[in-house]
Design a binder for this molecule. Structure first.
Ligand code: AHN
Ligand code: ZN
Length: 335
């Protein structure tokens, strides 16, 4: 796939700059966690109904397309929600030039939990919606709901925020939830050659203009298209190349706590996504959890991708649970 070459190019660029089951009641006891020496940790149960509600609430605004009232209103909602869960807010407002010359008013929204802690984990998703459903046969120029592409990752992060308020981090580990804007305003395929840097405008801006200033994290996890029924998450190539230990940790955790169906030990080709720029410019090792469907016509994305079928009907609480519980487990067992 075309993105392989991009990964190789990124590899050359970065080579010098980078350091080297569940039957749940209400808590999950990590008795199988390795190494065995570690005390068992109670990880709260990720509530998939709550995450689903957060997805539905975003979709209810309408498409969250930059420069629209729906986008602004949803952004305000997300800020207010994260603040209400006790996050220390870092909102980055900026403009970015789209592929078609439009100046987009964007906001990257970060909520910090246990902000003084030295060891930080960055969890990210994008909150904007694509301005066109350009793969749709019927209506390729209308914007889409983006229930999976956008809202699913944010829904999981909002539920994690809620969990972090109920179960505060008190030690040396802090969590930063980042909602990137402008991820999906990339140049449509049929309007010209593939232009990689027209995507991920929010993460590109943030990684070059860090907020808080000088920000860094021990590692990051990106959630993109993490709610569709029957999803499989494979180990994406850029993530393996630059955040291999993070990939290993996430997949091992998922398999240990009962989500091997969702997290098979399989590899996917590389994809340009927000983690690409976080790795490249912010120098933070970040793994992308993104649905991979090798049987689809384009060899990567699910059948709903950039179509109007990416609506609430494609969202399955079981998928939200598998991803959300896995990420929550990774975070809560960190020390
Ligand atoms: C590509 O389309 C190659 N990258 C953008 C990844 C993406 C779009 N994720 C969600 N929408
Ligand atoms: Zn998209």
């Amino acid at each position: 796939m075309k993105n392989n070459m991009k990964v190789l190019a990124l590899g050359l660029l970065l080579a010098a700059s980078l350091p080297a089951c569940e039957k749940k009641t209400n808590t999950e006891t990590a008795t199988t966690e390795q190494p065995a020496a570690k005390a068992s940790v109670n990880v709260p149960a990720f509530n998939a109904d709550s995450a689903y509600q957060f997805v539905a609430q975003q979709v209810a605004f309408g498409p969250r397309v930059p420069n629209t009232p729906e986008h602004r209103a949803c952004g305000d909602f997300l800020i207010q929600k994260l603040e209400s869960y006790g996050g220390t807010m870092q909102v980055q407002s900026f403009t970015a030039k789209a592929y078609d010359g439009t100046s987009l008013n964007l906001r990257n929204i970060m909520a910090q939990f246990n902000p003084k802690a030295g060891k930080r984990i960055l969890l990210a998703a994008h909150w904007d919606t694509r301005h066109v459903a350009d793969k749709d046969q019927q209506n390729p120029t209308k914007p889409m709901d983006g229930a999976n592409d956008g809202a699913s990752g944010v829904g999981i992060l909002l539920e994690i925020a809620r969990q972090l308020q109920a179960n505060p981090l008190t030690g040396n580990v802090g969590v930063d939830l980042m909602l990137f804007d402008g991820e999906d305003y990339g140049q449509p395929d049929n309007t010209g050659p593939y232009k990689e840097d027209t995507w991920c405008l929010g993460s590109q801006y943030w990684a070059k203009n860090l907020l808080p200033k000088g920000y860094t994290a021990n590692y990051g996890i990106l959630l993109d298209m993490v709610g569709a029924k029957g999803s499989r998450f494979a180990r994406e190539e850029t993530s393996r190349a630059y955040a291999g230990d993070v990939v290993e940790k996430v997949w091992r955790t998922a398999n240990q706590i009962g989500y091997s169906d969702y997290f098979p030990f399989q590899d996917s080709p590389g994809i340009t996504d927000d983690h690409t720029y976080v790795i490249q410019h912010a120098n933070i090792r970040m793994a992308d959890i993104i649905a991979y469907d090798p049987t689809s016509p384009d060899g990567f994305f699910g059948p709903y991708h950039h179509r109007h079928t990416d609506n609430l009907d494609v969202i399955d609480r079981n998928t939200l649970k598998a991803v959300g519980q896995t990420v929550l487990h990774v975070v809560m067992t960190e020390e």
